[in-house]
Design a binder for this molecule. Structure first.
Ligand code: PEP
Ligand code: MG
Length: 326
């Protein structure tokens, strides 16, 4: 079966009725890029930049400076040979502290993490933004911001990106002035107040891992409640579908970059919701592509509408399974 999948590497990801789908890779380090290309990725949809910062030295205190970050981002951009590279800004803090001696929050998932941490540490954030912008001179880069919920966070972030650009311009350092900036939609409030985001952002990427955690109030790393972590909960499905539709209506590209995007059992459900951009672990790419190649979009879309109206978990699970037999 694996051999059969490998044959699909160069086949374009197009549904039976001719709709093109973008398949991107989630990576942690630039070294993951060759593997992503090998799996047929059309680009990187999520570069989890925190992996450059984590596990550094005995106490994790030595964060990489601008030049070192720039080299790593550039390495990824060059390795992808002109394909899109979406670099997510630092998603640390709370449970992944840069300084482990700092106080630990009682509810780390609700604490000072990701963009909240970056806006509280503007020097660190500016350094990363400068490094990403410098790398944008070598290919097609997008900047993705994690954990946004408030309009002022978006505005502050955009102002800092402008500040980084101004600095580089004044220093005569090259960057791509057209770099797109997008938001991770992974806090329910962001999904429910999406017009606030589409006005300010150029693309969206739905982080289903955190979106489910916050929507269902299930700690994603707590095994005692893992059985309650259900991507098919009707509230989850409807919020994802609504986010895709609202984003598209505003003319924005919308991706899913959480684990759901890499689950071939959910490929058709997401297609039926209108999703056309999937970002996943490279190991999942060909299996998801195979689902897409065999998909009849019209039939799937009609069925998905029905699934979104269903409220009984058994009914939803059975209908999602049925999508695969279409
Ligand atoms: C997500 O939350 O779905 C996501 C893609 O980001 P992470 O898993 O790194 O939090
Ligand atoms: Mg997340």
């Amino acid at each position: 079966a694996r051999k059969r999948l490998l044959k699909l590497k160069k086949t374009p990801a197009v549904t039976k009725d001719g709709t093109a789908v973008t398949l991107l890779a989630n990576i942690e380090l630039p070294e993951d890029c060759p593997g992503a290309l090998e799996a047929g990725a059309m680009g990187v949809g999520l570069f989890r930049s925190e992996f450059l910062f984590m596990g550094r030295g005995p106490n994790g205190l030595k964060v990489p400076g601008e030049d070192e970050q720039f080299e790593q981002y550039r390495k990824a951009v060059v390795a992808m040979k002109g394909r899109l590279v979406t670099i997510r800004t630092l998603d640390v803090g709370a449970d992944k502290p840069l300084d482990p001696t700092e106080h630990t929050a009682l509810n780390p998932a609700l604490g000072l993490r990701a963009i909240r941490y970056c806006l509280a540490e503007p020097q660190l954030f500016l350094t990363q933004l400068r490094a990403i912008l410098r790398a944008s001179a070598y290919g097609k880069v997008r900047i993705l911001i994690p954990m946004l919920a408030h309009a002022f966070e978006i505005d502050q972030t955009l102002a800092m990106i402008e500040q980084a650009k101004t600095q580089l311009r004044e220093e005569g350092v090259k960057y791509d002035p057209g770099v797109e900036v997008g938001a991770m939609i992974e806090i329910p409030a962001a999904a429910l107040a999406l017009p606030m985001f589409v006005k300010r952002m150029q693309f969206l990427s739905i982080g289903t891992n955190d979106l489910i955690q916050y929507l269902l109030a299930i700690d994603r790393v707590d095994y005692e409640v893992a059985h309650l972590y259900n991507p098919l909960h009707p509230a989850v499905l409807n919020l994802i579908a609504q986010t895709i539709a609202t984003g598209h209506k505003a003319g924005l590209d919308v991706a899913v970059c959480g684990e759901m995007a890499g689950d071939p059992k959910l490929t058709r459900l997401l297609l039926g919701m209108g999703l056309r951009e999937f970002s996943m672990h490279p190991a999942q790419l060909l299996a998801v592509k195979q689902e897409i190649l065999n998909s009849d979009l019209a039939a799937i879309t009609t069925r998905t509408r029905r699934i979104l109206r269903a409220v009984e978990p058994n009914e939803i699970a059975a209908a999602v399974e049925q999508l695969q037999t279409l």
